[in-house]
Design a protein around this ligand. Sequence first.
Ligand SMILES: [Zn+2]
Length: 411
Amino acid sequence: MSTVVDRFIRYAKVATPSDPNNETQTPSNPEEFDLARLLCDELRALGYADAAVDDHAYVTAHVPASAGAEDLPCLGLIAHIDASPDAPAHGVNPRVVRYEGGELTLGVVDGTPITINEQNTPGLEELAGKDIICSDGSTLIAADDKAGVAEIMELAARLAADPSIPHPRLALCFAPDEEIGHGCSLLDLDAFGAEVAYTVDGGPIGEVEFETFNAASADVHFRGHEIHPGSAKDIMVNALHLFEEYDAMLPAWERPEHTEGYEGFFHLHGVSGTCTSATARYIIRDHDRERFEQRKQLMRDAATFMNARLGEDRVTCDLHDEYYNMASVIRDHMELVDRAKQAFADCGYEPEVVPVRGGTDGSQLSLRGLPCPNLATGGYNYHSVREFLPVFALEGMVDVLQRLVGIFATR
Ligand SMILES: [Zn+2]
């Protein structure tokens, strides 16, 4: 096996699921320190003397520029160390198997075969004959984003071993809690020192992403009036029915299960309540800022309409913006997208610019002043026990990153 495969498997075995129930702490899961310290030790062993782990499990290090590139702007490379909490992330035991085409059974879990096929994994058949890294079906492998971590670390190892590889000064960051929307918010950008950066946290090899959703969350509260059902006539107000009325005013065709590409949505992801009171939790997503604002306004207007009809304030809509589309920043730095596309093409991969139907650490960083598109890692089926990583893509992304830093060293 190549060194980057060994490296990926070593990192994948360290359990680091972030914890959505402990968002106020960073890292949300102390286990994230296990991988942070491992990476820091490896960076120091490679000779990167300023490698450090801070109190929040951020790993940072700098790679001095190659000879002649010292005056070029510092380039950041960022990946995240946490794994998705959406699928089991403990006891990960990645294995390399040859995908022969057709359906592949990863394992049998509680009597149910866990399989990948063209239907649940579009594009799979193109990988026939290739080696892939997958789990036994009981866990994810956290290629999101340990593939990104392994690729950046492998690049750092190559640069340490061969000083003739051209590159500007590099700032490396491995951050916690991306999966719970933390967004690199505690990264000290002045100390990091990069003028532009990339996250390595995308999907199949070739992907370049600079458009993310604009994102908000809404907690909608419904206040009912409880009374014995036998004497409820003209008095009871059932908060659960208020919720039903409210939800029916949001367009049913604008839900995640009916949208793709640049189509935004309202997503109801939780309801709790009784006759007395109820709360519905939504997320709102749209690439277009104006439509995003209109969606939020529709949610406010629905509450206003109901309160007016009821004659009292029984519906309140608490909206909270989460992140914004980084395209508003990257459009002034399209050379970042062009250089990434060139790096893929130079390494023999078809570059493909795709809109992210989500956010990345780069969304927040770009809005904070560090323009930061997102690059492929090579992986598939993130946040799922069906996650896998083609070996050629893992190895290929190291070459792409090496080419990319070379492009930044020559202009
Ligand atoms: Zn990720």
